[in-house]
Design a protein around this ligand. Structure first.
Ligand SMILES: O=C(O)CCC(=O)C(=O)O
Ligand SMILES: [Fe+2]
Length: 317
């Protein structure tokens, strides 16, 4: 398979067009694994712009302040800078990021940012609207797999104390004057280990590329045919993660993706993105309808994936 086009799916008039939207989502999940949502009600373009403005303010804070909540691997929470070494490249992504897990919001989020007092509240709201949209999408996938429509909403219920869904604010460094010293990739090739990722990009921040052709969630399938995914503020790039590929017995595809660094004539300014990773509650059993793979709990799946994903991660700098 050699995709040249990432499907664009309009969510306009969601309630009256449910059937058509569901068909398009399932087709995109089966045949591609990446798609772009447009015309969604929430998170609205304005909410997304406000979130990017908040993220820019956060990353502009001095490193000593951000380092008060350092990345802790066991908790998949906190701030890192130049510390995530992707196994595919062996070098650290030139970026900084902050991971916020919904259920750890009281202890592990920066709740003391005097320059950005609205930080906690805005992140919370953005996660909640990302959650609602994710569950709408996942209800179609649940039915397609023969599960009840609420199957994934129950597995990802944010009202429980332990739901692992995570938002990640990302900022890839400004490379003005430094192009020749920078690694080729802003984010090295990887798959996401969650169930479903919503990725928010900003116009001007191109570089995301995907590699089609992965047949099993256990395989690497790193080909050499990469397709660019355009970055436009207000649209939402969605991709299937490894856990959903496993849960669907490999029917829905979790693709390798990466972020290419700009060349000398590209946009050298910092690139922001925001990811919302849907991860189920730890004791949920991941087992597909045909039983192709043995059942694992989400907690077991995430621990082994974190090991692969972050194996060589350095401590915070
Ligand atoms: O920044 C991007 O566009 C992609 C980020 C990503 O793939 C990730 O954090 O898993
Ligand atoms: Fe990713």
């Amino acid at each position: 398979m050699n995709i040249r086009q990432i499907p664009r799916i309009s969510l306009r008039d969601f309630d009256t067009r449910r059937c058509q939207i569901g068909k398009e989502l399932i087709e995109a999940a089966e045949n591609v694994g990446f798609f772009i949502l447009v015309d969604q009600q929430r998170p609205s373009k304005q909410e997304i712009e406000e979130m990017f403005a908040l993220s820019t303010k956060y990353f502009a804070l001095p490193d000593q302040i951000k380092a008060r909540y350092p990345f802790i691997r066991e908790q998949n929470s906190g701030w890192e800078k130049n510390a995530q070494i992707r196994p595919s490249t062996g070098v650290a992504d030139p970026k900084e990021s902050l991971q916020l897990q919904y259920f750890r919001r009281n202890k592990y989020w920066p709740n003391d940012l005097s320059d950005i007092p609205q930080f906690h509240q805005m992140c919370l709201q953005f996660m909640e609207s990302s959650q609602d949209l994710s569950m709408k999408i996942l209800s179609f996938f649940a039915v397609a797999l023969g599960f009840p429509p609420s199957f994934f909403s129950e597995a990802h219920d944010l009202s429980f104390e332990d739901c692992l869904s995570t938002m990640r604010l990302l900022r890839y460094h400004d490379v003005t004057g430094k192009v020749s010293e920078m690694p080729e990739w802003r984010a090295g090739a990887h798959t996401d280990f969650d169930v479903l990722t919503l990725l928010f990009q900003e116009t001007g921040g191109d570089g995301l590329e995907v590699c089609p052709g992965r047949e099993a969630h256990t395989s690497f399938a790193l080909g050499d045919k990469w397709t660019a995914v355009p970055a436009r503020t207000g649209e939402i790039t969605v991709n299937i993660g490894d856990m959903l590929m496993a849960w669907s017995d490999d029917r829905f595809k979790s693709l390798y993706h990466r972020v290419k660094a700009p060349g000398p004539n590209g946009n050298l300014k910092a690139r922001n993105s925001i990811a919302y990773f849907n991860q189920p509650r730890p004791q949920v059993r991941i087992e597909g309808p045909t039983g192709k793979y043995g059942a694992l709990t989400a907690s077991q799946y995430i621990s082994s994936a974190m090991e692969r994903y972050y194996r060589p991660t350095k401590g915070p700098e």
